[in-house]
Design a protein around this ligand. Structure first.
Ligand SMILES: Nc1ncnc2c1ncn2[C@@H]1O[C@H](COP(=O)(O)OP(=O)(O)OP(=O)(O)O)[C@@H](O)[C@H]1O
Ligand SMILES: [Mg+2]
Length: 251
């Protein structure tokens, strides 16, 4: 197996007396979708928030390609290649699809203030990034529509495109399939399958059928702790997971 793109060790987050994430170890590899599953409140979003730098870790380390990024603030973490989408939608509905994407792209294009042509060049660079991300996410033809007029599924695709526009090497996706119909789910799964080429993908998801279809590895959290981690075939038959989480449905 290749060296982990993102290596997480002992990652912990306490909120007062509650340990929301408890000494979690996790390795994300290029070319893999690594699903993190668990019941409501298991700590999945808190884990993503620590990986993306939105909240600080109480303990533990996060390494991106060997470099310790644990205390790096969120904007710098995005710049070094950790991109994310959110459980709740973050698009600006009155802006076009392209403008939404461009906003996230813009934040990533390195400013060089001494260069007099910089503003227009930055603009051009972020436009190109945004267009490429939309094309990759299958939204090129919707670019000039207002984001608010997209279907629910297309809005979630846009959120993935906004994440892609930041040029990430690691993609952290928090419930990208939430609220989707069957057809929209298929489209998103196709997109994720493509995106794992060239990215390490962490997928938090409640749709177990989708998870067992697409994940290369699955980590199961219960009350902040990892109770099992392995291939879908291993997780399916894991006795701890079956009693703690899956029930008989996927056994
Ligand atoms: N900012 C916060 N302050 C205090 N407690 C928090 C905070 N954020 C999360 N928690 C608590 O931490 C625990 C884990 O929450 P988290 O949102 O990470 O769960 P989750 O696995 O993403 O759940 P869901 O599947 O419902 O999205 C919960 O008990 C939650 O109430
Ligand atoms: Mg969550």
């Amino acid at each position: 197996m290749t060296e982990a793109k993102l290596a997480v060790r002992g990652l912990t987050r306490r909120f007062g007396g509650l340990t929301a994430v408890n000494a979690v170890d996790l390795d994300l590899h290029d070319g893999e979708v690594h699903a993190v599953i668990g019941t409501n409140g298991a700590g999945k979003s808190t884990l993503i928030n620590m990986l993306s730098g939105e909240i600080a870790a109480s303990a533990g380390t996060i390494r991106l390609e060997g470099r310790d990024v644990t205390r790096m603030p969120q904007p710098r973490r995005a710049k070094v290649g950790i991109g994310r989408s959110y459980q709740r939608t973050t698009i600006f509905p009155e802006f076009t699809v392209l403008e939404n994407c461009r906003l996230t792209a813009q934040a990533q294009v390195r400013p060089r203030p001494w260069h007099i042509w910089e503003p227009s060049q930055r603009c051009q660079a972020s436009l190109e990034r945004a267009q490429a991300a939309l094309a990759r996410a299958g939204l090129a033809e919707q670019a000039l529509r207002s984001a608010g007029s997209l279907s629910h599924g297309a809005k979630r695709q846009l959120e993935v495109a906004m994440c892609l526009a930041t040029g990430p090497r690691v993609l952290l996706l928090d419930e990208p399939l939430a609220g989707m119909g069957a057809e929209e789910t298929e489209r998103m799964l196709g997109l994720l399958q493509e995106l794992k080429q060239g990215h390490a993908v962490l997928l938090v998801e409640h749709d177990m059928d989708a998870v067992f279809r697409i994940a290369d590895r699955i980590t199961v959290m219960v009350n902040g702790s990892v109770v099992a981690s392995g291939t879908p075939a291993q997780i399916r038959v894991d006795p701890v997971v079956r009693t703690a989480y899956l029930g008989e449905e996927h056994a």
